[in-house]
Design a protein around this ligand. Sequence first.
Ligand code: ZN
Length: 485
Amino acid sequence: MFLPWNKVAYLRSDERVELQNRLLRKFFRHQLPYSPHYRQLFEQHQLKFEDIKTVDDLQRVPFTSKADLAPTEDDRAKPRTFILQPDEHLIKHHAAKSTLLKIVWGKITKQDVKTKLEREYKPVHMHFTTGRTALPTPFVYSSRDLELLKETGQRLFEVGGFTKELRALNGFPYSPHLAFWLAYYAMVTVGMTSLATGGGKVMGTQKITDAMERLKINLATFIPGYCYHLLREAVKQQRDFSDLKFLVFGGERVSDGLRQKVREMTEQLKAREVQIYATYALTEAKTAWLQCSETTGYHLYPDLEYIEVIDKDGNRLPDGSPGEIVYTALDWRGSVVVRYRTGDLCKGIEFGPCPVCRKTVPRIIADIQRSSDVKEFHLTKIKGELVNLNEFYPLLSGIKDIEEWQVIIKKHNDDPNDLDEIDVLIAPKQGVDFVSLKAYVEKQVQNAVFVSAKVKQEKMEKLLEQMGMETELKEKRIVDARPKV
Ligand SMILES: [Zn+2]
């Protein structure tokens, strides 16, 4: 059903382009017409599906944005228009000739057709985006999509070099989100002995720590902020994680500073040379991509998606340029998007053989600025300025003398008409002089985030409780406590 990964991963660039053009043509001609949203969009712009023959032709297709997808109070059904929904009439018009002829010639029965259609299109599973301002947007999977989710799980682990001999622990929060389910299916499909913990909220940090030690876990997946918390507790308890080889992070940006702190803690837990890998995941792409080493980019699946990079005006940029990531599905069913503007900014895509694993798949350079961190929440008007609060992560996680931190945005004197204020709450490392740390952090925040913030000391236990480290699916790292307008 899907192309073998050991072939796709090593195509020459001309073969890759040829393959992507062929798949794109097929997808636009035979699948996309089943999408109510794209039927309407194409009609509105007087475009024909069969006119999109190559990845270059794609530039004629208008972009899809988060706003097109997200349900609103007035229009709850919006996400449904992105689900492929063939009916008899549409099938007659758009199905591949070979499929239609098989039906006409009686080579497949009506029942076979029904079974095939159900497997391919009937929604059986769903994930939601974790939007903080918009209503959650569902993305549905058909049975065929679930097979593909498993396939990409296998590919992801193959890229990381994770074999079935490893004992694995899934530390992502149990929820209808991509991270938990992709990790679950990847571990099970590869055939690892694995424990799906559901994360701190479900199983609790103490039990996860016990499991890491007793099951001699080799590979663990976590949200980085939570992993840091768990490792710190484990260090306090002088645990033995000497079997740990790989940590795979998802759901948050992984800064060099955090990587460094995590590495130091794993060494204290007797784990030597732990590899720390980051993933790039998109709910809208229905899967995620992994690095093959700490320094390489995210290895894409060129038979399943086409990724282009654009400038702020929407013009496609030449290969290798920095810009916004735009995603087009090539072989999914269920909910699908094409020319989807992620809002995520990358430093470029690398082509040619990977210097580490020699695969020739395109690779997005690993340092990506997520739009979910910028547009929906972090890019906030403070004193009339747009501030990228995303910068707090690498900055504060990278300062050695800080044990934990949280950022609170509030109104001066809690007066809704007054100016905004930023408090940075810090639990310093033991034995650190807070007065000089405070001065240092305030200066660093000014330099990196271009705002003045008040740095305040907070007790570790209180900070962890405020962040909901054990009670929330994802810790509350940056809190906007201003009254809603
Ligand atoms: Zn590689």
